[in-house]
Design a binder for this molecule. Structure first.
Ligand code: SAH
Length: 387
């Protein structure tokens, strides 16, 4: 056995530890919470009380939930937990951006980022460990191991931020966490069920209480899920476009081979709830000499015709050995002016938290190294499950 590798040693230690079999109450929908508590004989109104303790007050210790009877609290502590993900690293940028590395019981890790601005504070939330999309300019896409996050792990990122920002109970105003963007690691529409459950919990106004207008989900273009996302969640949509021809987009955003530009834009045209007041954001990473010419800006304007759209230009954020460079400021300005003159707002996204690798596309956690036998076991399990 190779005990020199600390990650392997850690995995084995984790396997040896007796598992905590208590059920986590975080991440259950209201209905699931009622059903879960019914198993230990609790009535429906108990679920309502617990919901408020967990999501409005931020309580994690049943003992602190003083509106519950002593007996019920003791019973809960034996069978259930209100768990938070473990924080293994915390970083703070010179510009105030904060990044947390969260670790889950199976050893997998993701990052979330809080970006404070004058008039708002945005939390960038991850939906998967790693990502299957392999967009060529994105660091997360180089990460090998991928799994979906559970609703608890997604909501847990928001609760962790609220812990760290000291924002319990949920403040009615003057919040430091005002907005959520599903723009961290992963493709949220490839983990729709869990993201949807999590966002419904986040939007519940007796809990974390973030309105759908303050939540933006970003997708690289999983076309069949876009309509459902709009109809069921009603959150703002952002689309990672990044190229104006299928020829280029096939290469830099490979999901384009499955869902080409015309189909993607058609889904945007009919996105439920979009209007001139609620525009779809088109993200466009500025890659030097790749997609940043004035001709491409004009083609972008042509493509967006008829869609209530705004364009968010993202200067490429570098990462080690990335095969691209950031466009020059002059090229970005010319591009932005063309889009802007055509009537689309086209702000350039200021890179935030670059010194802590927290800017767009820089997130990547070290996948835990699994022993070969464990990898093979998991593959066999996945194959059996999909058979
Ligand atoms: N998978 C989703 C969610 C990720 S959002 C999606 O693709 O939309 C992260 C945003 O940052 C996306 O628009 C992504 O294309 C962009 N991005 C990725 N790598 C980047 C980089 N190195 N520099 C700037 N933006 C990047």
């Amino acid at each position: 056995m190779d005990t020199l590798d600390p990650m392997v040693a850690e995995t084995e230690a984790a396997v040896a530890a007796p598992p905590d079999t208590r059920v986590n109450l975080v991440g259950l929908t209201r209905e699931e919470l009622v059903a879960e508590l019914a198993k230990i004989g609790a009535e429906k109104f108990r679920a309502q009380q617990l919901w408020q303790w967990m999501y409005n007050r931020g309580a994690t210790d049943f003992e602190a939930m003083t509106s519950l009877s002593k007996k019920f609290r003791a019973q809960l502590a034996e069978t259930h937990v209100v768990a938070r993900p473990a924080i293994t690293r915390a970083y703070e940028s010179v510009d105030g951006t904060r990044k947390w590395l969260l670790k889950f019981p199976d050893g997998q890790e993701v990052e979330s980022v809080h970006i404070p601005e004058d008039d708002r504070g945005t939390l960038c939330v991850s939906s998967q460990v790693g990502c299957t999309l392999t967009c060529k300019f994105c660091h997360t896409g180089t990460q090998k191991l991928v799994r979906n996050l559970t609703p608890a792990e997604i909501v847990g990122q928001v609760m962790n931020a609220r812990d760290k920002l000291g924002e319990w109970p949920t403040p009615a105003e003057d919040r430091q966490l005002t907005n959520i963007v599903m723009m961290g690691m992963g493709e949220p529409l490839y983990n729709y069920e869990n993201v949807s459950k999590a966002l419904k919990i986040v939007m519940d106004n007796e809990g974390l209480s973030l309105s759908k207008r303050k939540i933006t989900l970003s997708t690289a273009g999983v076309v069949p899920m876009i309509e459902r996302c709009g109809a069921e969640l009603g959150v703002n949509l952002a689309v990672s476009l990044h190229a104006v021809t299928d020829e280029l987009r096939d290469v830099i955003v490979p999901i384009n081979k499955k869902y080409p530009i015309a189909e993607l834009l058609q889904a945007c045209r009919t996105y439920p709830g979009s209007s001139n007041a609620r525009r779809i954001t088109f993200e466009y990473v500025m890659l030097k000499d790749v997609n940043d010419s004035p001709a491409e800006a004009r083609e972008l304007v042509r493509l967006l015709d008829g869609i209530p759209a705004k364009v968010n230009l993202i200067p490429f954020n570098p990462w080690p050995d990335a095969p691209f460079e950031r466009s020059t400021s002059a090229a970005i300005k010319i591009f932005a002016d063309i889009v802007n003159d055509a009537g689309y707002s086209s702000p350039v996204r200021t890179p935030r938290g670059q010194d802590i690798m927290a800017a767009c596309g820089q997130l990547k956690s070290e996948s835990i190294k699994l022993r070969k036998s464990e990898l093979l076991r998991r593959e066999a399990e996945a194959a059996a499950a999909s058979a």
